[in-house]
Each structure stands twice: as C-alpha cells, then as structure tokens.
Design a protein around this ligand. Structure first.
Ligand SMILES: CC(C)(COP(=O)(O)OP(=O)(O)OC[C@H]1O[C@@H](n2cnc3c(N)ncnc32)[C@H](O)[C@@H]1OP(=O)(O)O)[C@@H](O)C(=O)NCCC(=O)NCCS
Length: 172
C-alpha cells in the first residue's frame, strides 16, 4: 500500500462489515491510517484484481519475543464482503508466503484467527498452514473474551514457491 491508499484504507477500516464479526470494532482517522502506512514494522499490501480494482488487503508484521530478540512474522488479511468466497484470499496468502520465504531469513510464518472464524481457518489450511493450538481469552471482542486458533507454516513444509518465483522481476 502506498500513502495514496490511506483514504481507501480509512474508509474500509471504519466500516464494521469489512473487518467482520470476529475482529474488534475499529475507528480510525486518516492521520492514524497514514501513520500505520508509514510504520516499518507493519507492511500492508492491497489485494487487487487483474482489472486493478482493490478488493482487500493483506499485511505482515513482527511479533517480538523479548527473551531471545527473535522476531516472528505474522500475517493478517481482509476481503471486502462482496468479494469473499472467490478464492482471492487463499491466493493472496500463498503469494505472501512465497514472498516472505523468498525474501526473509525466517523459519516460520504465523497467523491467528478467532476460533469461530471458519472461513479464515479454511483459507489458512488451503494455503498450507497447520493448526498449532488455542490462545485462550486472547481478544476482547464485542463484550466478551474470545479464544483464537494459532496457525503456522514452516520453511520445510513450504519447500518451494507456489505462485511467485525469484525471477518475477523479469516478467512484464
Ligand atoms: C476470512 C476471509 C479473508 C476469507 O477470504 P475469502 O476470499 O472469502 O477466502 P476464499 O474464497 O479463499 O475461501 C473461503 C472459504 O471459506 C468458506 N467459508 C466462508 N464462510 C464460511 C463459514 N461461515 N463457514 C465455513 N466455511 C466458510 C468458503 O466457502 C470458502 O471455501 P470453499 O472455496 O471451499 O467454498 C474473508 O472471509 C474476510 O475478509 N472475513 C472478514 C475479515 C476476517 O475475518 N479476516 C481474518 C481475520 S483472522
């Protein structure tokens, strides 16, 4: 996402139906959106169709383990309500996983999702993630503490790019 995307991002962020029922409600100003797009620790990417229309976003960020200084990579994603169920998110996750394993010296990529969020768990499993366990009372959403499932894909399971290749920069 570029700075120019802050308007569309802030519009989406303030619509409860975009983040869905399993995410905390957001209220975000344009200034906050711009600050987020400037934060080097959060990397959001637009999910675009071939015609250039923007249908959602996917991002990666670091989860710092204070004891070792290890930075784990985590991903998150959201599709606009009218664009769900078409396979776009599965494809976006696969591209993100290829990109991160090709460009970063990391052994694992993780994702967390509300245990009731069946669509999110399905896309993670289809993209090759494995369920590791439950994070109890992980978030406070709409008046209750909720449990999350944590998933990961490790480098040995990924083995090779499924969509991106190292030579994509040479393609037109
Ligand atoms: C989770 C989300 C990103 C999935 O995106 P998507 O583009 O619809 O995903 P895909 O089309 O690749 O696959 C979705 C799959 O889940 C299935 N699914 C959707 N809703 C479901 C439900 N309530 N129960 C069970 N399966 C469901 C779909 O049928 C589809 O499977 P199929 O292709 O075998 O039919 C999208 O639903 C979303 O943006 N939700 C709101 C925000 C959110 O929850 N983000 C994730 C936070 S961790």
């Amino acid at each position: 996402m570029e700075k120019d995307d802050s308007s569309v991002f802030v519009e989406w962020a303030n619509k409860p139906e975009v983040f869905g029922e399993y995410n905390p409600l957001h209220q975000m100003s344009k200034a906050e959106a711009e600050k987020m797009l400037d934060n080097p620790d959060i990397k959001p990417f637009m999910i675009e169709k071939k015609d250039g229309s923007k249908v959602g976003f996917i991002f990666h960020f670091h989860v710092l383990h204070l004891g070792t200084g290890t930075k784990q990579l985590e991903i998150g994603y959201t599709l606009l309500p009218g664009e769900r169920g078409k396979g776009y998110c599965t494809e976006a996750i696969m591209i993100m996983v290829d990109y991160l394993f090709l460009s970063r010296d990391v052994m694992r990529i993780q994702a967390q999702t509300d245990q009731r969020n069946a669509a999110s768990q399905k896309v993670l499993e289809r993209a090759g993630f494995k369920k590791e366990g439950t994070l109890r009372n992980n978030f406070f959403i709409r008046g209750e503490w909720t449990d999350d499932r944590i998933y990961s894909i490790i480098r040995e399971e990924w083995r090779e790019p499924r969509i991106l290749t190292k030579t994509t920069k040479n393609r037109s």
